[in-house]
Design a protein around this ligand. Structure first.
Ligand code: FAD
Ligand code: SF4
Ligand code: SF4
Length: 426
């Protein structure tokens, strides 16, 4: 597609149409909600829709910061010289198992409640005034919505993983205007978006005291979730709330309807055993950074091969793997453990993380060749830095890279790297 003839609106929509939008919401904040609004669109996703004026200078900013097309690892200045380093997992200071010490939190939360416990600890210790993260949307059953937590009760409301669209950065400029220290919990692409924006706005580094993330293998396409619920007898128009997991680890996937019905299915049934059937958004399928290299601290599951043990599914209390990447992340981990908010288990290694998260390792190794394939077809692709994608790819050999590149080119030609223009509305 030629850029020369494109209007600012077409340039923004190009990111979506090439299936690169991660739905973070940053562009709404950069353009102003009166100009760009995150809306549920025909594809089922939450996407930026131009509702007012947009000029090229704003779209230039979006192109610099949009995590769909620009993604970078940890800023070099935040990597202490005595940090450990792994070619796949990046820089880190400590890797350990852990879980929330409060059994109620551990039960309610997505995995072991580490993120809830850390957010609660940061508020209780007064290190931050609030936490920016997401909770279940009040409007759309499957979505998450941006949420500010000022105390433990607010954090509690947001426990659990939302495996649907969620835009935590829709009003990040207003949040920065509060001029209060805060912690940010977001998916790796949300973290990347705010790190990108920090290059332009020094308030980000001044005010965001802690950057926390779940590792992320992607969320499920909303239409696929709706279709699953419909098969169970809960049509989209009566679907009121989906709780994806939690209340045990992983706990059931729970569908609630406007007429008071509740249907629960095992999490392993909801996702299905075969990764090929996970129906992820295209951008998630090629995600180069599910490991959140830009976060101070990362939390994940600890199932071998990232596969739920269906025999033990009902009894597992939940154990997080935790990676403290920076000095700040390591200090937070220790102070939450000292305060007995978090219980730490045995130390783990990057090779343990490989075995827990093989899909993230595979995607990272294939990312450079896939991005090359996108660009060879005239797509924007993803600009990347400090993620070692080229080196990781090269280590896989010429044949592997050819397959990944050509396979991606083929997918582009088949329309699998495309989404409808968000202008068409829901
Ligand atoms: C989309 C998605 C995909 C994931 N994929 C994997 C995976 O492949 N492998 C793996 O091991 N773990 C994955 N996780 C992480 C896992 O589900 C847990 O979130 C993680 O282990 C932390 O558990 P916890 O008990 O500490 O979280 P909790 O204590 O329950 O806290 C969860 C925190 O995450 C925030 N949050 C929830 N959903 C979102 C969202 N959609 N966007 C931004 N913030 C959100 C909440 O606001 C809350 O603060 C994924 C999570 C998400 C959201
Ligand atoms: S990824 Fe974020 S910044 Fe980029 S287009 Fe989507 S919502 Fe906007
Ligand atoms: S897989 Fe990557 S792009 Fe998709 S939601 Fe997770 S971090 Fe974002």
């Amino acid at each position: 597609m030629s850029e020369i003839s494109q209007s600012p609106t077409q340039r923004l929509y190009r990111i979506v149409e090439e299936a690169m939008c991660t739905g973070c919401g940053l562009c709404q904040s950069l353009a102003g909600a009166e100009n760009v609004e995150m809306c549920k669109v025909a594809s089922g996703f939450e996407r930026p829709v131009v509702v007012g004026e947009l000029d090229d200078s704003v779209v230039d900013q979006i192109y610099q910061h949009c995590p769909g097309i620009v993604i970078e690892g940890m800023p070099q200045r935040l990597i202490a010289s005595d940090s450990k380093y792994d070619e796949t997992w990046g820089s880190y200071r400590r890797m350990t198992l852990g879980w929330a010490s409060d059994a109620r939190v551990r039960f309610e939360a997505s995995t072991g409640g580490a993120l809830t416990a850390l957010a609660t600890h940061l508020l209780a210790s007064g290190e931050v005034d609030f936490v920016l993260h997401v909770k279940a949307s009040q409007q759309h059953a499957i979505f998450g919505q941006r949420h500010l937590s000022f105390d433990a009760a607010d954090v509690w409301e947001a426990t659990g993983s939302r495996y649907g669209p969620a835009a935590p950065l829709i009003d990040i400029l207003e949040i920065l205007e509060r001029n209060q220290p805060f912690a940010f919990i977001g998916k790796p692409c949300d973290i990347a978006a705010l790190r990108n924006y920090a290059r332009q706005d020094s308030r980000v580094d001044q005010l965001v005291k802690y950057w926390l993330a779940p590792v992320c293998g992607g969320f499920r396409e909303p239409k696929a979730v709706e279709a699953y619920a419909a098969e169970l007898g809960m049509a989209p128009d009566v679907l009121q709330h989906v709780r994806f997991r939690g209340r045990g680890c992983p706990g059931p996937t729970r569908f609630e309807s406007t007429d008071g019905r509740v249907i629960e299915r095992r999490y392993s049934d909801f996702w299905g055993e075969d990764e090929a059937g996970w129906s992820l958004p295209f951008r998630c399928k090629i995600c180069p950074d599910g490991m959140a290299e830009g976060a101070d601290l990362v939390a994940a599951d600890s199932w071998p091969n990232c596969t739920v043990d269906t025999e033990a599914e009902a009894e597992d209390p939940g154990t997080n793997t935790i990676i403290a990447r920076t000095v700040a992340g390591q200090a937070l981990l220790q102070s939450a453990a000292d305060a007995r908010t978090l219980t730490l288990g045995k130390a783990i290694t990057p090779r343990d993380m490989d075995s827990y998260q093989p899909h993230l390792v595979n995607k990272k190794q294939a990312a450079a060749a896939r991005i090359e394939g996108l660009m060879a077809e005239g797509h924007l692709g993803i600009q990347h830095a400090r993620l070692r994608l080229n080196r990781l790819g090269e280590a896989q050999g010429i044949e592997f890279n050819r397959e990944q590149r050509d396979g991606t080119r083929q997918r582009v030609r088949e329309g699998k790297a495309s989404e409808a223009c968000p202008c068409s509305g829901e």
